[in-house]
Design a binder for this molecule. Sequence first.
Ligand code: PLP
Length: 235
Amino acid sequence: MTIADNTDRVMSRIRQAAESANRATDQVTLLAVSKGQPVQAIEEAYRAGCRQFGENYLQDALRKIAKLSHLSDIQWHFIGPLQSNKTRKAAENFDWVHSIDRLKVAARLNAHRPPGLKPLNVCLQVNIDAEESKSGAMPEQLLDLAMGVSDLPRLKLRGLMTIPRPRDTDAEQRQPFARVCSLFNQLRREHPKLSPMDTLSMGMSRDLEAAILEGSTLVRVGTDIFGPRITTPVN
Ligand SMILES: *Cc1c(COP(=O)(O)O)cnc(C)c1O
């Protein structure tokens, strides 16, 4: 299977899940997660139609972004944990950051976003299963964080991101996604300032159907597009 075949298969899974949920296919964006993949694999996915790419490791991502700068319609998404000392490079080189879980990091991204670029699109990461080992804000911290981020002029708050713990069945897998979707709708309904939020970043290779059934607008897919990751770089 080539990357182009894999991309087609993922696109048809997205279409089918959207149909089952009575949603339009174009309401769900495919983000190709290229962490641990070489530049040639990204070029192949680009030729297959992908324009949104996700990376987790900043140094490695910066190298790829520089090499692919001629593909000027790519949008780069930072989806990994972001330490405060990395915010300048992230703000200078990415279009999106999905992993905001503290106001301190958001404020630094805001301060470092270059004036010549559009505001940085951000999602707040929710730790929906309250796992000690995972990043993300707890649901009860979300409102304060959202209000704080929405005051930062160089950031554009687009929505929520989550990575739930894997469950054994599809029905069980839908539950954490449903809870994040309801937090998202509640924030938008009760807090007019937050109503422009339009993005629910949820679902990966193994659980994209469950996520789309519960309202995901962006699925982050690595393995099922690129195959196993070749390298696991450290920052
Ligand atoms: C690696 C990663 C993905 C993609 O995972 P796959 O199982 O390879 O599809 C999605 N989201 C985040 C945050 C990741 O780190």
